[in-house]
Design a protein around this ligand. Structure first.
Ligand SMILES: *Cc1c(COP(=O)(O)O)cnc(C)c1O
Length: 422
């Protein structure tokens, strides 16, 4: 028996080693992108004269918190936007996105999603699932959707018809979310911005930028997006930020989102940063490197599973616009086996057995492998999957490729032991 286990482990290690070799060029490419992104971060810190005095914050109201103000301007520069608001008071990416939507939209306005059904947690924000309590729908904001094409791409041909009615805002989701579709490149987002503005010049282009930050040379705000939002326990937190989110874009719109987060009249000028500014700054400093490592981990996941014959999205070495790697495992048992193996290879809670469970904001039960230092962080190596057809695993994050290699070896071994072909 021991010999059999040893042979399987050896085979798993060989498969992962082959994936490392096969993705060497892609890994080198991702590594080469750290320098220009880091240069942008360093230029922003220097231009805004970040110093140790900014690490402390003002308590109470947080009025005049210089650290918060400097970080806002630093993030704006890094995100190539006029303004940004980086706040620990955003409890998640969903909250930052909701603040942007509620901050800008008014009763009677129309919101149009251009990338099909938005991310799961936004369904209740918009009011297309659940009780509708407190949703945009309850506030009289109408909603429409331009479905994706059969290939999962934006239906450029349908754009003119979809924008026939006056529309206050279009919603573009950069990352695939929990759907089997290619993520949008920043160039495609730029093209969409151009088309939308040509049809309706006053329409606000909002981009859900989750998981996309620093993956490409430009952010959506550099190519025409008016407002973007995301989470700090994803890319920009660099695995260091303890919580939080950001909005960035045109100053007037950022302030509208802040008025929703805090209160009209306070807007972006209140909210302590709990003496945690150093972690936000340090996280941003590390983010280019962490994003590159996460991309390399994704390449490895893609290579290992595509080698086994599973459909993966994107393919190893293909252009990437976010850090997500989707693997169509096609079977709930395989999904759970892989998540269990990833969990066992995690630094925190390795002894836990991930079981599918309901999550606030999500329609389907989710199985999650996330033994991360920051709870729920997906910039650390993690994987999750809604328990629904076609049983796709979404892997993301990773502070070093070695961690993905270890986790993948364990997953292959577990699959083999469960009788699957590896
Ligand atoms: C992660 C994510 C969000 C927000 O999720 P939170 O868990 O609330 O931070 C929104 N949209 C997309 C596409 C995402 O990937």
């Amino acid at each position: 028996m021991a010999d059999v286990a040893e042979a399987l482990a050896r085979k798993a290690a060989e498969r992962v080693a082959a994936a490392v070799a096969a993705t060497a060029a892609a890994a080198a490419h991702h590594t080469s992108q750290v320098q220009p992104r880091l240069a942008r971060v360093l230029e922003a810190f220097a231009a805004e004269r970040l110093g140790t005095q900014h690490f402390a914050s003002v308590s109470g109201y947080g009025h005049g918190d210089q650290g918060r103000e400097v970080l806002d301007r630093v993030f704006a520069r890094v995100l190539q936007a006029e303004a940004a608001a980086v706040r620990l008071q955003f409890v998640s990416g969903t909250h930052a996105i909701a603040a942007a939507l509620f901050g800008v939209l008014r009763p009677g306005d129309r919101l149009l999603a251009l990338t099909g059904r938005p991310y799961d947690t936004l369904e209740e924000v918009i009011g297309i699932r659940g009780s509708g309590q407190g949703s945009l729908a309850e506030f009289g904001i109408t909603y429409a959707e331009l479905a994706l094409t059969a290939a999962g791409r934006v239906d450029f041909d349908g754009l003119e018809d979809a924008l026939a009615l006056p529309t206050r805002m279009v919603l573009i989701q950069r990352s695939c979310g929990y759907s089997w579709r290619p993520s949008l490149s920043v160039a495609q987002i730029g093209l969409l911005c151009e088309r939308v503005k040509a049809l309706q010049p006053g329409c606000v282009v909002f981009v859900d930028n989750c998981y996309g930050e620093l993956v490409e040379a430009q952010e959506p705000t550099a190519v025409g997006a008016d407002l973007i939002a995301g989470s700090l326990i994803k890319n920009l937190g660099g695995t260091i930020a303890p919580t939080g989110g950001y909005v960035a874009g045109r100053a007037e719109l950022v302030e509208q989102a802040c008025c929703r987060l805090t209160a009209p009249g306070i807007g972006g000028e209140g909210g302590t940063s709990f003496d945690l500014n150093r972690l936000l700054a340090q996280g941003l400093f590390l983010a280019p490197q962490m994003v590159a490592e996460a991309l390399i981990c994704s390449e490895l996941v893609a290579a290992v599973f595509s080698d086994l014959g599973y459909a993966v999205q994107p393919l190893p070495g293909a252009p990437r616009s976010d850090v997500i790697q989707a693997v169509r495992l096609g079977d709930p048992e395989r999904l759970k086996t892989v998540c269990r193996a990833f969990q066992a290879a995690s630094p925190v809670g390795a002894y836990l057995d991930p079981v599918p469970a309901p999550m606030p904001g999500y329609a389907s039960a989710l199985v999650m492998a996330g033994g991360t230092f920051i709870d729920g962080s997906t910039s650390e190596f993690s994987a999750d999957a809604p328990l629904r057809e076609p049983y796709v695993l979404f892997a993301q994050g990773g502070t070093h490729r070695a961690h993905a290699q270890i986790a993948l070896e364990r997953a292959l071994l577990a699959l083999a032991q469960a009788g699957h072909q590896v």
